[in-house]
Design a protein around this ligand. Sequence first.
Ligand SMILES: [Cu+2]
Length: 157
Amino acid sequence: MSAMSKSAGLLLACLLSVPALAADLEIKDPWVRGTVPAQKATGAFMQLSSKGGVTLVGVASPAASVVELHEMVMENTVMKMRPVPRLDVKPGQTVELKPGSYHVMLIDLKKPLAKGDVVPITLKVEGKDKKVETVDVKAEVRDLTAAAPAMEHKHQH
Ligand SMILES: [Cu+2]
């Protein structure tokens, strides 16, 4: 396994995420899909990698009553979500939590999430020694239409 690649983009990501120093887990580009007022659930996404390999065994956030790790699976041409109890992050591989795939599901949101909000998420990470550590992530809320260029500008206090 090569340990040569060190991403320069990580510097940018660190502005929004707390670097994981204790657990052997690197988190890049954490974000949450924004919601409309009546919406009670949304997804959080990020990229996970680990030098020695870890397993994600739990997720939590004060922003929602129920927080689960989900995956999307195709069942008879219908995309369905189902909870995932454990997610392996193998050495040298990047596990992408992204729309249409793995995601952190925030269910029963305490309030709507607007673009620019920051959502704290805690990851429970089991190392090779079976010790479970927690890693705090700060995920930035993006627009519902996060892929489109955002020209809208809101003043905030
Ligand atoms: Cu889900």
